[in-house]
Design a protein around this ligand. Structure first.
Ligand code: M6R
Length: 364
């Protein structure tokens, strides 16, 4: 049942404020001031390292979470694509928590990577959407993301719910490890609780995003740029676009631009720049100016003040509600998803069942 939407993907995008809100409430303590995990939970003072493994969109959720775990909790993190991890046979030091992220919980490479860590890691955690899946069953602690069934092959609500749960886990790690005091934790959780309403506000600008997507649909190649927490989201935006619109899209960390990719810039290659006003905003927008100076057409995704500061220099600007930079990758997933969705609609491709792809990759 598409619930009145044309596609499952549109329905699942629209469900995000509700399911994100439910995931937050599931892990929030009764007084709203701390994070509570099911079962015996995990004591982050007992581990020295976190190793996260996943595929596709779930991998980009892990790359985002690496920034959170390292910055908030001071916990060193590795992130690997499961198909590489399992055959590289990396050493897993004893005080390592291994964390596997998977919507389906059945991805063959991710499951094989989990089995490789059995008997090596101090504990095996998973963040899954399907609680009865193999990955959930074989973990010491499985954390459900509670996104509900996801049917669209292009993952949307599972991604933002994965991010939500991973951020809450990073906040717990920060508090366990004495890196965040109780009031800061409570304040951050209060901001997180306001995220669903920011999502709803952002959805009011869906028409602007659709109009921008119709312009992107004419391109053959598109670049996505971001820094810090926005870099993994740029990768996710590029993946989403190529999966359903078949337009070639690549993401780069903005700072890498002048190390090669800038050679690709001309008026035929639109560049999507993800830039909330965080500590790296000036650096990202100066990369944007380098693109503009070479005739590139920039689609800037920022907030009102970001638009004002950049004087409308970009070819197109999409404005998002103001948000704490820590939470920006979750909120900015929405325009990334809607750009891909409306580009695919403009091109007439099969949004829910893109060619050559399966929802769950149970063979390697
Ligand atoms: O079920 P999983 O989360 O383990 O699946 C991982 C990837 O196959 C999946 O995220 C894939 O990249 C999606 N089609 C992305 O939209």
């Amino acid at each position: 049942d598409k619930g009145g939407h044309k596609h499952f993907m549109a329905k699942e995008i629209a469900e995000q404020p509700r399911v994100i809100g439910e995931a937050i409430m599931h892990y929030l303590s009764d007084d709203g001031r701390s994070v509570e995990l099911p079962g015996k939970g995990i004591d982050f003072t007992a581990i020295d390292r976190l190793s996260m493994v996943a595929c596709g969109t779930a991998y980009y959720a892990c790359v985002t979470a690496k920034y959170w775990f390292e910055q908030l909790a001071g916990l060193p993190c590795d992130v690997d694509v499961a198909s590489e991890f399992r055959y590289r046979e990396p050493p897993v030091p004893a005080r390592t928590a291994a964390l596997f992220v998977s919507q389906s919980g059945e991805t063959a490479d991710t499951l094989a990577a989990l089995r490789y860590c059995e008997g090596k890691a101090a504990t095996i955690l998973s963040v899954v959407n399907v609680p009865e899946s193999s990955i959930a069953r074989e973990s010491d602690l499985a954390l459900p993301i509670l996104a509900g069934t996801e049917i669209g092959v292009a993952s949307t609500k599972a991604f933002t719910c994965q991010l939500t749960v991973l951020l809450m886990l990073a906040l717990k790690a920060a508090s366990d490890r004495g890196r965040m005091d109780a009031d800061t934790l409570a304040d951050t959780l209060a901001k997180l609780r306001a995220l669903p309403s920011a999502f709803n506000a952002a959805m009011e600008d869906a028409d602007d995003i659709a109009a921008a997507a119709r312009k992107l649909a004419e391109a053959r190649d598109i670049l996505f740029l971001g820094r810090g927490l926005m870099y993994p989201l740029a990768m996710e935006g590029a993946l989403k676009l190529k999966e359903i619109s078949y337009i070639h899209a690549e993401a780069y960390a903005s700072g890498e631009l002048k190390h090669g990719p800038i050679a690709l810039i001309d008026k035929h290659v639109p560049v999507v720049v993800m830039a909330p006003r965080d500590a790296l905003f000036d650096k990202t927008t100066s990369n944007m100016q380098e693109v503009i100076a070479r005739g590139g057409r920039v689609l800037l995704i920022t907030d009102k003040e970001g638009k004002r500061i950049t004087h409308g220099d970009a070819w197109l600007t999409l404005t998002m509600p103001d948000i704490d930079p820590l939470l920006a990758p979750i909120l900015y997933a929405l325009p990334a998803q809607l750009l891909a969705y409306h580009t695919a609609i403009a091109k007439g491709t099969d949004v829910d069942q893109p060619r050559n792809l399966a929802k769950s990759v149970t063979v390697e």
